[in-house]
Design a protein around this ligand. Sequence first.
Ligand code: NAG
Ligand code: NAG
Length: 832
Amino acid sequence: MCVLCCVAKRKPFSWWSLLLCVCVADMALGQVRYSIPEEMATGSLVGNIIQDLGLDVKRLKSGRARIFTEDGSEYIGLNAEKGTLVVSKRIDREELCKQVSPCSLHFQIILENPMELHRIDVEITDINDNAPFFSKKEYGFQVIESALPGARYSLESARDPDVAHNTIQTYKLNPTDNFKLNVVSRPDGTKYIEMVLHASLDREKQEEHKLTLTAFDGGNPQKSGSIKINVIVLDANDNAPVFSQSVYRVTVPENASRGTVILKVTATDNDKGTNEEVVYSFSQHTDSASSLFIMDPHTGEMTVGGVLDYEKVKQYEVDIEATDKGGLTDTSKVIIEVTDLNDNAPAISIISLSNPIPEDSTPGTVIAMLNIKDLDSGRNGQIKCFISSDLPFKIKSSSTNFYSLISDDVLDRETVPEHNITITAMDEGSPPYSTNKTINLRISDVNDHAPMFPQQIVTAFITENNSPGMSLLSVKATDNDSGNNARISYFLEDSHLNGMSASAYFSVNAESGDILAVRSFDYESTKQFSIRVKAQDGGSPPLSSNVTVKILIQDQNDNPPQVLYPVQTGGSVVAEMVPRSADVGYLVTKVVAVDVDSGQNAWLSYKLQKATDRALFEVGLQNGEIRTIRQVTDKDTVKQRLTVIVEDNGQPSRSATVIVNVAVADSFPEVLSEFTDFPHDKEYNDNLTFYLVLALAVVSFLFITCLVVIISVKIYRWRRERLFYKSSGNLPVIPYYPPLYADVGGTGTLKQAFSCEVYGTTDSRKNNIKCAQPFSQGTLGVDHSDTRTVPRHKTESETMLTEVSSISILTAMPSNTYSSTNPADFKNNTHY
Ligand SMILES: *[C@@H]1O[C@H](CO)[C@@H](O)[C@H](O)[C@H]1NC(C)=O
Ligand SMILES: *[C@@H]1O[C@H](CO)[C@@H](O)[C@H](O)[C@H]1NC(C)=O
């Protein structure tokens, strides 16, 4: 048998079509092998069996050659006419054999008559008809950015159904910045690919990496397939938060209330998600400020959490931290400057104070030193200090913050005893704050006022015969000063009153100013005193003033009238003669009486108390004239006895009686005979003559002795006071009016001469006697009008007045219309 080697002719590579034909001797077992590439078009020639099997067309026809396949597939058809094998159906090697190589089709060509079997093998060779491919178009990866270089990520291999060269030969990854490709052969010869990280990822730089993996086969032309690899970089907490500023500066007014947002800090973290979340806090070591400020951990808002006070702390430095969830931190500093507000009033403090100050302090005296402070700064702390302008004080700035309060005027405690000095300190803030401080400054007293009496002269009245120790009046002085300077003591100023020290008459209570009479006064001797009382205060030196006190003694009816005429003698009888021829209204005599009292107490009235014959005489009520009221007759007895009572007008009244003997006779002998044998006298003589004479003698002796003694004493005193009065020795002698009083022409006036002119009415109360002034010193001028214009010399002779009162009274005695002016006459006619 012959083995044919057939050469399959292929278009591109002719040499590949050389087929080795093996001729097998046994014809029945003839076997031909062909080789064709896959995917040949239908009808393409596979081989010529006529040649290769040595058959001819006739035989093919007679043998009814046909192709027999075991599986019935009909990829290859037989063209019996030409004796060729052609492709009858598309042959896909990959479908036919998958990856088995070589890949062959086996069939039999069967001939009949005789039966002939020819085995044909057609080897299907691969052509690069498939490109490598991946099962997905895209492939996503998630890689944490913190992955270390060398990390491996396996990739899906591509597939290529072709075989041998035509299948995948290489892979390529692009770009390869971070990853490179690694092809790993397994021990069983299979390969897989993986991606190896060779440069660290940074999510913050690039979050997504787009890579392309391309697989190449070895065919010609080469084919490739690629897949997109999406690498998503997962965040790792690899970034710390970062504050937006390394130092934050903020200013806050000091009155910022709690909760005021003063600042918002921000820190950014480049990480993502929870790694990006930042928590803000104060650094541990800034605890002092953290009580005043509150940091919101999430928002970074810083708020005021306490009370700020510029005056305490002007600036805070707070360290703050931002921390992310991973514990990475950043720190920063917040400088908080507290700004001043005018929230402090000035404070006034008194460093020293002189209180009280004496009222004689000179202007400019420092009263107080002040320190005025304002805690605020700038204009808020600048202070103006002033006081009310109407005060006699002023404020002077001595140095910064120190002021002195000084007096600016003369002070007078008596007008303003204290001053309320309100010091106002005001700062220059807006609005300004001010503070007041009031100093209650007392002015202490200086003895600059003397005691003052309300009047220069005060008058007191006291009735004579007062009891010693009686209070006359009280003088009161006032002193405008105070305290001891106003404590007044009263003193009687020493002077001489009637030759005696004033203190012999009066005393003054030093405390109360009460003036007391030391002794009893007699109006008849002294009518008034004038003393001076001094008021002296207790200052040092003391000041004083004085007041004149006039004490007027007031009369009391303490003296009864004194009958001057007719003289009452003890034994002898004096009688008035009335001629029997006397007419009606004949002036028999005149009862003359005086009263040393004055005023009403000296107004005398005369009344007939008893009379021998009431029908014959009457007494003038006011003038004491005794007149006949009818014609005297012979029947009228010679001896007439009248009792006249003289009364003064005092309350109660005092009186005196006088017996007037009237002899109604024409001749003196007649009278004598009548009066010698007075039966009344006889009786006396008979019974008591002896005793009376004895008693009279004794009494007379005593009286005269007393009189002599008294007179001697008086004379001695007068002489000592160099007062001389010639007639003193005669006193007191009751004047005797001889009976030569004669009726001067029926007017009833007495012919008498006086040195005083008496003008008056019939009313003795209205008498006005004017005395001429021829009297030498020592004689008396009595002014019955009771005026105060007493001649000066009278004061000196006041003590004498007591003694000579009878004389003065004598001048006043004539009651009605005496008009004689010749003092000589007076002297001559009066009988001393
Ligand atoms: C001073 O103030 C005191 C107390 O407020 C008051 O009693 C007094 O009358 C005031 N004096 C003057 C002079 O205003
Ligand atoms: C009495 O006071 C007056 C003024 O009031 C003064 O002139 C006189 O000197 C004073 N007399 C005496 C004794 O002090």
